[in-house]
Design a protein around this ligand. Structure first.
Ligand code: A3P
Length: 343
């Protein structure tokens, strides 16, 4: 199971992290340190939130893309036409709603190879952070498309943003919605790994995931809360029918990227242009990479923050989390009519 072994490194075991608020001898001495640590963590979290929380500046709004260099034909790699800088800016007809650390960047980068899919490279965070800027602003960020092309964008947290379904429905009730979902235990560890890489002093995974040792799961921690897919989906279904959704298993994006992207192309009504000829497995990265990125001639793997090593988490912790998520997963399988096989 991915959580306990997988791409584990020695970056800390769940039991080894500092505990806050411990009782017993010395607790009085440890309390001020713990409070200080807590204050520093809160400050770090605030700063991170503030940095991530910025809207995409209009100054950085993409201008019409310059004509892309003609792609050199290489044996085995079909030449893909790249959209030129003409056409109109339109609202996205399809959105990748999340979830964070599910594989959303990989999916978007793969889809961008398609000549009929134009996607915003950066994340505007319009429906979760910048809605007050207005729909005209949002549209002004979009790449230009010509007849027959679709516009897309992705954000890691639209799926868990309460206002997003209502606002997206207001933009267009026809919007196609893609959600990259993942085995929640692996996924929670992946989130923790990312946070740990930014804040090396973070308490252990176990300390964050559970209250009172291995007590109740702390659903206030975002890595736990986001995983309650059924709850989030229930909210979306008040606005969009299930047929508007495509749930992509993040694990399959790694094991069979061409197969998964094939399904996504079908869902988007695009010709199946992206195939296994576009991918290769990069043994150093440990993930599939593109033989050639959009508009480039070189092979392209995702950046360092994608495919990070995961810290080792004790089997007991992994098991407890599986038990916790099982009923939520069942509910999610019922709602979507699809067994994702995470149990
Ligand atoms: P890890 O870094 O924990 O391995 P997102 O882009 O939504 O933030 O998702 C990041 C996750 O995408 C990574 O989590 C990794 O598992 C997954 N992923 C899927 N395909 C990938 C690829 N081709 N290269 C790198 N990461 C990929």
């Amino acid at each position: 199971m991915a959580g306990s072994g997988g791409r584990a490194n020695a970056a800390g075991s769940a039991g080894a992290g500092p505990r806050i608020g411990g009782a017993g001898p010395g607790a009085a001495l440890r309390a001020p340190c713990a409070l200080l640590l807590l204050a520093v963590l809160v400050l770090c979290a605030y700063c991170l939130g503030a940095v991530q929380g910025r809207c995409l500046s209009t100054a950085r709004a993409p201008v019409p893309a310059p004509a892309a260099p003609r792609a050199a034909r290489r044996p085995g790699v079909p030449s893909l036409r790249v959209a030129r800088g003409h056409g109109r800016q339109r609202f996205p007809q399809a959105l990748i709603l999340g979830v964070k650390k599910g594989g959303t960047r990989a999916l978007l980068e793969f889809l961008r190879l398609h000549p009929d899919a134009r996607a915003l490279g950066s994340e505007p965070h319009f429906f979760d952070r910048c809605y007050e800027r207005g729909l005209a602003w949002y549209r002004s960020l979009m790449p230009r498309t010509v007849e027959g092309q679709i516009t897309m964008e992705k954000a890691p947290s639209y799926f868990v943003t309460c206002e997003a379904p209502h606002c997206i429905h207001g933009m267009s009730p026809d919007t196609k919605l893609i959600v990259v979902v993942h085995n929640l235990v692996t996924w929670a560890i992946s989130n923790y790994a990312q946070a740990l890489s930014r804040m090396p002093g973070l308490p252990s995974f176990r300390a964050l995931a559970f209250r009172h040792g291995l007590g109740p799961v702390d659903t206030a921690w975002s890595a736990m809360h986001i995983g309650l897919y059924a709850q989030h989906l229930a909210h979306w279904l008040c606005y969009f029918p299930l047929s508007h959704f495509l749930f992509v298993r993040g694990e399959c994006l790694v094991s069979n990227p061409a197969g998964k992207v094939g399904r996504v192309q079908d869902f988007l009504g695009l010709k199946r242009v992206i195939t296994d000829k576009h991918f290769y497995f990069n043994a150093t990265k440990g993930f599939p990479c593109l033989k050639k990125a959009q508009g480039a001639r070189q092979p392209h793997c995702l950046g360092k923050s994608k495919g990070q090593p995961h810290p080792r988490v004790p089997e007991a912790v992994v098991q407890r989390l599986h038990d916790f998520y099982r009923p939520f997963n069942c509910k999610f399988y019922q709602m979507t009519g699809h067994d994702f096989g995470w149990d």
